[in-house]
Design a protein around this ligand. Structure first.
Ligand code: HEM
Length: 221
């Protein structure tokens, strides 16, 4: 069962939908950094020190990311073998969008982004909290450090802002196909195809745009 192509597509869809939930909350939390540094600091400290988030949700998330990428590569290899066998290559592009045919390309850009992003934020957090053992969330002056550290990453750093925004375009292309396709794979989409396509389209514009605004805001302020 786990080895069948239907099962593989289903697990790919479920892990994708799980990552969409993460992405939505990640965007909402990071958007608070534009409204109030105190609010962003309070939420970040809660998320960064809450045992359920740290020891249950975070490992599940990292496993989910890992699973989605490995499964994506497996599906791509199986699909390209099937295409060669059935000579379907000649029909490539007929009735399918660029985004849907190039999920592996947008996926690899997002994966590369995640390596940089983990190095930028996550590795630093793990180091301060679990290697140095400082769970206070405070800097030397005794103030919360989260907003200040986020701001310092992007402030006047055009290379990181451009690299991030480029990755967010790839994220949008990945989501525009991935969102609607995963809903269809879990069997909800067939009757409401049009509305799901519209929601998927709007989501894949709003989320990358929101992340880009955060990066640009911290570059400027
Ligand atoms: C400007 C945009 C973004 C900002 C400012 C941002 C900020 C952060 C911060 C501060 C952390 C560290 C959280 C912690 O461990 O305490 C983090 C972790 C993480 N980010 Fe982002 N992020 C952005 C975009 C993204 C995007 C687009 C993705 C996915 C494609 C992503 C995926 C992750 C993941 C998987 C983690 C590790 C899990 C976690 O600790 O929450 N981030 N991000």
């Amino acid at each position: 069962m786990l080895n069948s192509s239907v099962a593989r597509k289903l697990f790919m869809a479920l892990s994708g939908l799980f990552l969409i939930i993460f992405l939505t909350q990640h965007l909402l939390i990071n958007l608070t950094s534009l409204i109030s540094s105190d609010l962003f600091n309070t939420i970040s400290h809660f998320m960064g020190t809450n045992p359920i988030v740290q020891y249950i949700l975070q490992p599940i998330l990292i496993l989910g990311v890992f699973f989605h990428f490995v499964m994506g590569f497996v599906l791509e290899i199986k699909n390209s073998r099937a295409r060669v066998k059935s000579y379907a290559k000649a029909n490539l592009g007929v009735g399918s969008s660029w985004a849907s045919r190039n999920m592996i390309i947008s996926g690899v850009v997002i994966l590369s982004f995640l390596f940089i992003h983990f190095y930028d934020f996550w590795v630093h957090e793990m180091n301060v909290k679990y290697v140095q053992g400082d769970m206070s969330g405070k800097n030397l002056e005794g103030n919360f450090r989260y907003w200040e550290e986020l701001n310092a990453k992007f402030h006047q750093n055009i290379i990181i802002v451009v690299a991030y925004c480029f990755s967010f375009i790839a994220l949008g292309l990945h989501l525009v196909h991935g969102f609607s396709s995963s809903i269809q794979s879990v069997g909800v989409g067939s009757k409401r195809f049009k509305i799901i396509k519209t929601i998927s389209f709007l989501y894949s514009i709003i989320v990358p745009l929101g992340f880009s605004i955060i990066a640009i805001y911290h570059y400027l302020y």
